[in-house]
Design a protein around this ligand. Structure first.
Ligand SMILES: [Zn+2]
Ligand SMILES: [Zn+2]
Length: 111
């Protein structure tokens, strides 16, 4: 899966957490479980390019395919490829994840 914050690869850890390979940030067990349940069925058509998007407040990426989430109907965060929403998980993501305490910090570009 992909990091919903920056679209980097997510590494699933044995204890049930997931780690963003670009930022090193951890997703909680609960969030990881919910993301996996919803998005693990979606597989990207091609392997990850390794590109990492800049983390921006209010901007999210599809954990299933890495595409930017876009508004669609009642959803603010919808992936047209996976046909899944992220709206209800954003609270958990922002509440428990340390990815966003530094808005404006550029994503690592030296990798
Ligand atoms: Zn990330
Ligand atoms: Zn998707």
């Amino acid at each position: 899966m992909f990091c919903p914050y920056c679209s980097a690869d997510l590494q699933l850890l044995q204890d049930g957490e997931a780690r963003c390979l670009a930022m090193g940030s951890l997703l909680s067990v609960d969030v990881t479980r919910r993301l996996t349940a919803r998005f693990s069925a979606s597989r990207p058509a091609k392997p990850s390019t390794g590109d990492v998007a800049t983390v921006q407040l209010g901007k999210w990426f599809c954990p299933g395919c890495g595409a930017p989430m876009v508004p669609n109907g009642n959803s603010k965060l919808f992936c047209g490829s996976c046909k899944q929403i992220l709206d209800d998980l954003v609270y958990s993501l922002t509440e428990f994840n340390p990815h966003l305490p530094f808005p404006g910090r550029p994503a690592r570009r030296d990798a």
